[in-house]
Design a protein around this ligand. Structure first.
Ligand SMILES: *[C@@H]1O[C@H](CO)[C@@H](O)[C@H](O)[C@H]1NC(C)=O
Ligand SMILES: *[C@@H]1O[C@H](CO)[C@@H](O)[C@H](O)[C@H]1NC(C)=O
Ligand SMILES: *[C@@H]1O[C@H](CO)[C@@H](O)[C@H](O)[C@H]1NC(C)=O
Ligand SMILES: *[C@@H]1O[C@H](CO)[C@@H](O)[C@H](O)[C@H]1NC(C)=O
Ligand SMILES: *[C@@H]1O[C@H](CO)[C@@H](O)[C@H](O)[C@H]1NC(C)=O
Ligand SMILES: *[C@@H]1O[C@H](CO)[C@@H](O)[C@H](O)[C@H]1NC(C)=O
Ligand SMILES: *[C@@H]1O[C@H](CO)[C@@H](O)[C@H](O)[C@H]1NC(C)=O
Ligand SMILES: *[C@@H]1O[C@H](CO)[C@@H](O)[C@H](O)[C@H]1NC(C)=O
Ligand SMILES: *[C@@H]1O[C@H](CO)[C@@H](O)[C@H](O)[C@H]1NC(C)=O
Ligand SMILES: *[C@@H]1O[C@H](CO)[C@@H](O)[C@H](O)[C@H]1NC(C)=O
Ligand SMILES: *[C@@H]1O[C@H](CO)[C@@H](O)[C@H](O)[C@H]1NC(C)=O
Ligand SMILES: *[C@@H]1O[C@H](CO)[C@@H](O)[C@H](O)[C@H]1NC(C)=O
Length: 545
C-alpha cells in the first residue's frame, strides 16, 4: 500500500514536472518537429531542445505555450510549404520571405491559420495558384506574396480580408482580371482598409473594373504597371482621393484621361506606354505632384498645357513621343524643384529660350527630335541639354555637346572601399568599409519602383539613403554598402545593399529576421524621393554554414 502511494506520488510529481518543463503545446510541437524534418538550413537552435517555446528555437515566438510567430526570413531555407503548417492554429505572424529555395505550391491549409495577422512569403520560389483559402484569414492585415512565380488568377476570396492594409502580388505571373464583388461572391472592392494595391508586373487582363473604386476607400498606392490591362481609366478612380501614387504605365489602356482632377493628393502619376488619346490631362490643382510621366501615348496635338508652368512641386516631367507643338514654355525651367524634363519626340518648334531664372535643381533637358529652329542659350544653365534631331543642330551649334547623342548621366555611386585598399577577404566574407575587417553582411537588392529622379548623377542622395539605413537598423556609420545604383531594364532604380554588423562580424538570426521584416514590410522608409520599393534578400550565410 505504501509502495502504491509512493508510486502514485512519483507519477504525479513527474507529470507535474513534465507540465512545468515542457513549455510547448503538444500540437504546435508536433507541427514544428515535422517542419524541422522537411526544411533544410534551419537555425542550429532547432536541435538544442525538443521544446520550441521553452528553450526557444530561433524564429519561434510563443505565448502561453502556443506558437504565435514564425519568422525565418532570408535563411536559405529549402523545402516546401506543406499542409502541416496549418496545425499552428494560434499563429499570428508568418514570415518566410526571401528563401528562394522554398518552392512548390502553397498549401491551402494556410487558410486554417485563422489568427494570422501578417503573412509574408515575398521573394521565395513559390509557384502554382494562390490558394483561395487565404480568403478565410479574416484577421489578416498584411499579405505579401510578391516576387514569386504564382500563376492563375487573383482569388476573389481575398476580398473577404476586410482588415487588409497591404496587398502585394507584384512580380508574379498572375493572369485573369482583377476580381470585384458580385451578387454571389467577394472581390477586392471590399478591401476598404487597404492602402496598398501592388499588382505590378504580372499578366493581368481585361478592364480595370469601375466597381473596384469607391469613396470609402483609403488606397494610397495603386501600382498596376506592367500588365496587359485594356479599356479606359474608370471614372470611379476619381473617388479615391487618398491616392498618392498611381502607376498604370506599360499596359494597353486607352480612351481619354479626364477623371483625375479629384486626385489632389497625387504625388506620382505614370501613364506612360499605353494608348491614351484625346486632350492631355489637365493637372492644374494637383498641388503635390512631383513626378508626371505621360510618354508614349496617343494624345491629340496641342501646345504645352498651362500646368507645365504652374505645378510647383514638379521634379520630373516626361512626355516623350508626345503631341506637343509650339514653343517650349520658359517657366517650366523656373519651377523651383524641377530636375528632369524629357520632351523628346514632340513637335516643339520656334525658338528655345530657357530664360534666366533656371532652377538650381535642373539636371537634364531632353528635347531631341523636335522641330526647334533656334536656341537662346542661357548663361545660367550648365547641365545637360539635348537637342539632336532638331533643325537648330544643322546650324552653328552643330558641333556643340547639345547636338551630340544622349548620355544618361550616371555616376558610379557605389560605396567606396578605397580606405581598405589591399585587404582581401575569404570567399564567404566581405570587406566592411567601416572597419576594413572581413565580416558577414546581410545582402540583397532594393528596387525602387517610382523614384522621383531619373539618373544616378548625384551621389549625395544615395549617401542620404545609406544614412537612413544605418539609422533605422542601428548600424555604425559606414556599415552600409550601396553597390551599383542604376536604372534597370524595367526602369526601376536598383541598388545592391550590404549591411554590416557592428559589434561582431556576423548577425544572429533574430537580427536577420528584424532587418528582413522591416525591409519586406516597408517599415524602413527611405528618403521620400526614393518612393516605394521592394527588397530581395540574399539568404544570409551564417558563419560556418
Ligand atoms: C539537427 O541534427 C541533424 C542530425 O545531426 C542534422 O541532420 C540537422 O541538419 C540538424 N538541424 C539543424 C537545424 O541544425
Ligand atoms: C520562375 O520560373 C521561371 C521558369 O520556370 C524560372 O526561371 C525563375 O527563376 C522562377 N522565378 C522564381 C522567383 O522562382
Ligand atoms: C475557406 O475558403 C474556401 C475557399 O474560399 C471555402 O471553400 C471554404 O468553405 C472556407 N472554409 C471555411 C471553414 O470557411
Ligand atoms: C466570404 O465571407 C462570407 C461571409 O463570411 C462567406 O459567406 C463566403 O463564403 C466567403 N467567400 C469566400 C469566397 O471565401
Ligand atoms: C470628385 O469627388 C467628389 C466628391 O467625392 C465626387 O462627387 C465627384 O464625382 C468626383 N469627381 C470626379 C470627376 O471623379
Ligand atoms: C516613363 O515611364 C516609362 C514606362 O514605365 C519608363 O520607361 C520611362 O523611363 C519613364 N520616364 C521617366 C523619365 O521616368
Ligand atoms: C516608347 O515606345 C518605344 C517603342 O515602342 C520604346 O522604344 C520606348 O522605350 C518607349 N518609351 C517609353 C518612355 O516608354
Ligand atoms: C489606340 O487607340 C486608337 C483610338 O484612339 C485606336 O484606333 C488604335 O487602334 C489603338 N491602338 C492600339 C495599339 O490599341
Ligand atoms: C524665379 O523663379 C522662382 C521660382 O519659380 C520664382 O519664385 C521667382 O519669382 C523667379 N524670379 C524671377 C526674377 O522671375
Ligand atoms: C510652329 O508650329 C505651329 C503649329 O504647327 C505653327 O502654327 C507655327 O507657325 C510654327 N511656328 C514656327 C515659328 O515655325
Ligand atoms: C562601381 O564600383 C564598384 C566598386 O567600387 C564596382 O564593383 C562596380 O563594378 C562599379 N560599377 C560600374 C558599373 O562600373
Ligand atoms: C597596402 O598598400 C600600401 C600602398 O598602397 C603599401 O604600402 C602596403 O605595403 C600594402 N600593405 C599590404 C599588407 O600589402
Amino acid at each position: 500500500m505504501a509502495m502504491m502511494k509512493l508510486l502514485l506520488c512519483y507519477l504525479i510529481v513527474s507529470m507535474a514536472c513534465h507540465l512545468v518543463f515542457s513549455f510547448t503545446d503538444p500540437q504546435d510541437a508536433t507541427v514544428l518537429q515535422s517542419l524541422k524534418q522537411q526544411w533544410k538550413n534551419l537555425p542550429p537552435s532547432w536541435n538544442y531542445s525538443n521544446d520550441p517555446c521553452g528553450t526557444p528555437w530561433e524564429g519561434v515566438t510563443c505565448s502561453n505555450s502556443r506558437v504565435k510567430a514564425l519568422a525565418l526570413s532570408s535563411m536559405r531555407l529549402s523545402g516546401k510549404l506543406s499542409d502541416d503548417i496549418g496545425g499552428l492554429t494560434e499563429l499570428a505572424s508568418l514570415d518566410l520571405s526571401f528563401n528562394p529555395d522554398l518552392t512548390g505550391s502553397v498549401s491551402s491549409r494556410l487558410g486554417d491559420l485563422r489568427k494570422l495577422n501578417v503573412l509574408i512569403l515575398a521573394g521565395c520560389g513559390l509557384s502554382g495558384t494562390i490558394p483561395s483559402e487565404l480568403g478565410n484569414l479574416s484577421q489578416l492585415s498584411f499579405l505579401a506574396l510578391n516576387s514569386n512565380n504564382f500563376t492563375g488568377e487573383i482569388p476573389a476570396s481575398l476580398g473577404n480580408l476586410t482588415n487588409l492594409y497591404w496587398l502585394d502580388l507584384s512580380n508574379n505571373r498572375l493572369s485573369g482580371s482583377i476580381p470585384v464583388s458580385t451578387s454571389t461572391g467577394p472581390g477586392l472592392d471590399l478591401l476598404k482598409k487597404a492602402k496598398h494595391f501592388h499588382f505590378s508586373k504580372n499578366q493581368l487582363l481585361g478592364e480595370i473594373p469601375a466597381s473596384l473604386f469607391s469613396s470609402g476607400m483609403v488606397l494610397s498606392h495603386l501600382l498596376l504597371d506592367g500588365n496587359l490591362l485594356t479599356g479606359e481609366i474608370p471614372p470611379t478612380l476619381g473617388n479615391v482621393q487618398t491616392l498618392e501614387i498611381l502607376r498604370l504605365d506599360n499596359n494597353a489602356l486607352g480612351g481619354g484621361v479626364v477623371n483625375l482632377q479629384n486626385l489632389t493628393n497625387l504625388i506620382e502619376l505614370n501613364l506612360a506606354s499605353n494608348n491614351f488619346s484625346g486632350p492631355l490631362p489637365d493637372l492644374i490643382g494637383m498641388n503635390y505632384l512631383n513626378y508626371v510621366n505621360l510618354s508614349n501615348n496617343s494624345f491629340q496635338p496641342s501646345q504645352a498645357p498651362a500646368w507645365f508652368s504652374t505645378l510647383k512641386p514638379l521634379t520630373t516631367l516626361a512626355l516623350e513621343n508626345g503631341p506637343l507643338q509650339g514653343q517650349v514654355p520658359q517657366q517650366l525651367f523656373s519651377l523651383p524643384q524641377i530636375q528632369i524634363v524629357i520632351l523628346r519626340k514632340n513637335a516643339f518648334n520656334d525658338t528655345l529660350d530657357m530664360g534666366n531664372n533656371i532652377s538650381q535643381q535642373l539636371q537634364l533637358v531632353d528635347l531631341q527630335n523636335n522641330d526647334i529652329s533656334s536656341v537662346t542659350l542661357s548663361s545660367g544653365y550648365s547641365k545637360t541639354l539635348l537637342l539632336m534631331g532638331n533643325p537648330v543642330c544643322a546650324s552653328s551649334i552643330a558641333s556643340t555637346s547639345y547636338c551630340q547623342p544622349q548620355k544618361r548621366s550616371a555616376t558610379n555611386c557605389s560605396t567606396s572601399l578605397a580606405n581598405c585598399r589591399n585587404i582581401t577577404c575569404p570567399s564567404d566574407k566581405k570587406l566592411s568599409p567601416q572597419t576594413c575587417a572581413c565580416a558577414y553582411p546581410y545582402e540583397g537588392t532594393i528596387i525602387f519602383r517610382a523614384p522621383s529622379f531619373m539618373d544616378t548623377a548625384n551621389c549625395s542622395r544615395f549617401h542620404d539613403l545609406q544614412i537612413s539605413l544605418e539609422m533605422k537598423f542601428g548600424l555604425a556609420p559606414g556599415a552600409v554598402v550601396l553597390l551599383n545604383p542604376h536604372f534597370n531594364i524595367d526602369d526601376y532604380l536598383q541598388v545592391g545593399l550590404g549591411l554590416f554588423p557592428t559589434t561582431r562580424n556576423f548577425f544572429n538570426s533574430s537580427e536577420i529576421q528584424r532587418m528582413g521584416f522591416e525591409l519586406s514590410s516597408e517599415t524602413f522608409k527611405p528618403p521620400a524621393e526614393f518612393g516605394p520599393y521592394f527588397f530581395i534578400a540574399v539568404p544570409y550565410k551564417f558563419p560556418g554554414q
